[in-house]
Design a protein around this ligand. Structure first.
Ligand SMILES: NC(=O)c1ccc[n+]([C@@H]2O[C@H](COP(=O)([O-])OP(=O)(O)OC[C@H]3O[C@@H](n4cnc5c(N)ncnc54)[C@H](O)[C@@H]3O)[C@@H](O)[C@H]2O)c1
Length: 348
């Protein structure tokens, strides 16, 4: 049996591959273009152990995707490959439309051609898990939470491109009977996250004694979930989820950005006392254009129907994540040296 994971060399994709490798003996085929955000080192141990086969390819190549899906003959496709950074979508939206919209179309068409030729039981068991974000729902005020029936109202080129891909995925279910399940998840954190995102950026800037740039007044709220808990939710969807359904996934851990940065500073004071107090490095900078105020997820559907719940509280997960970055310079140093050194993106 084989799982097919697109974007498996990225942050959540690699967490999913590690989880699949622990949870089953099945083969894992990864399709990843290895963009700036893809990192072969995130799969290094799994590749060496022969658990993952990495195919370096662009998901926008529709004919190639048909071949690759056919060759892999997966029992499920987890589609994670995407351009994912809101700030980069402000600087250059084109790649987001190509990968997130056209790339999703390629994957759906590859899956449809494969699924159509499957015999009875294999056809019934096949799943296409489309991994999306809570950002497609737009911004909340002080109260309330997104759920599966919340109308879409994306506000960044990133979230708009993900919204487009979600509509395609649902259309392929309704029109062609492809057994698609859509996951809309809140902000993830954990090991192997590319250091342009808030948590790793702040950890590495603390370590370097550099300013910690906080957008606006740092009052924007996100609901945080550890990537391993997201990976567990995705496998549960593939095993017991209902085709055509959407599941909202969230950690129930709402924090303002300034809360997050303060907590990172406190943990860093403990781990690296020579740099304390790290809070002196905090600097408020011009806000992101169109910055959504608040996201929160009501995860009661996946909790009651699939029995999923987050396995760790946020502060424990954050401390573990900081310790991972402190212990894995060999992972992030080459990224800083070759791809990204922490500069401000997306000022428009
Ligand atoms: N990070 C979050 O907080 C979060 C939350 C909810 C949902 N998501 C969704 O989860 C998925 C994974 O997010 P992530 O944070 O791991 O992203 P990431 O940026 O860390 O990884 C994306 C991966 O996709 C690959 N990729 C990009 N373009 C490609 C292309 N054209 N062809 C093949 N591969 C390509 C990259 O090389 C990279 O390995 C995305 O679909 C994202 O929208 C992310």
């Amino acid at each position: 049996m084989t799982w097919l994971v697109t974007g498996g060399a990225g942050f959540i994709g690699s967490a999913l591959c590690h989880h699949l490798a622990e949870a089953s003996d099945d083969k894992i085929v990864v399709i990843d273009k290895l963009t700036y955000a893809g990192n072969r080192a995130s799969l290094g141990d799994l590749e060496k152990a022969g658990r993952v086969e990495l195919v370096v390819e662009d998901i926008t190549r529709a004919d190639r995707m048909k071949e690759l899906v056919w060759d892999a003959a997966p029992k499920a496709i987890f589609h994670l490959a995407a351009e994912t950074h809101v700030d980069r979508s402000i600087d250059g939206p084109g790649a987001f439309i190509a990968t997130n919209v056209s790339g999703t179309y390629s994957m759906l068409e590859g899956a449809r051609a494969f699924h159509a030729r499957l015999p009875g039981e294999d056809k019934r068991a096949f799943r296409f898990i489309h991994i999306s974000t809570d950002e497609v729902f737009g911004s909340l005020g002080e109260e309330g939470a997104f759920c599966e029936t919340t109308p879409y109202a994306p506000s960044s080129p990133y979230s708009a491109s993900k919204a487009g891909s979600d509509h395609l995925a649902r259309a392929w279910f309704h029109t062609f009977g492809l057994p698609v399940i859509v996951s809309n998840c809140s902000n993830n954190y954990g090991p192997r996250q590319f250091p342009e995102k808030l948590i790793p950026l702040m950890i590495l800037k603390c370590l370097a004694g550099e300013k910690l740039p906080v957008y606006g007044r740092g009052v924007n709220v996100r609901d945080w979930l550890h990537a391993e808990d997201h990976a567990r939710a995705l496998l549960m969807m593939a095993q017991n989820g209902v085709p055509g359904e959407t599941y909202c996934v969230g950690g129930g851990a709402e924090r303002t950005n300034i809360d997050i940065v303060n907590t990172i500073c406190e943990i860093m004071d403990d781990r690296r006392p020579e740099g304390a107090p790290h809070k002196r490095l905090i600097e408020f900078v011009t806000d992101r254009p169109g910055h959504d105020f608040r996201y929160a997820i009501d995860a009661s559907k996946i909790s009651s129907s699939l029995g999923w719940a987050p396995s760790r509280d946020f502060e424990t997960g954050l401390t573990e994540t900081i310790d991972w970055y402190l212990g894995n310079e060999g992972w992030w140093k080459p990224v800083q040296q070759s791809v990204y050194v922490g500069e401000r993106l997306g000022k428009a």
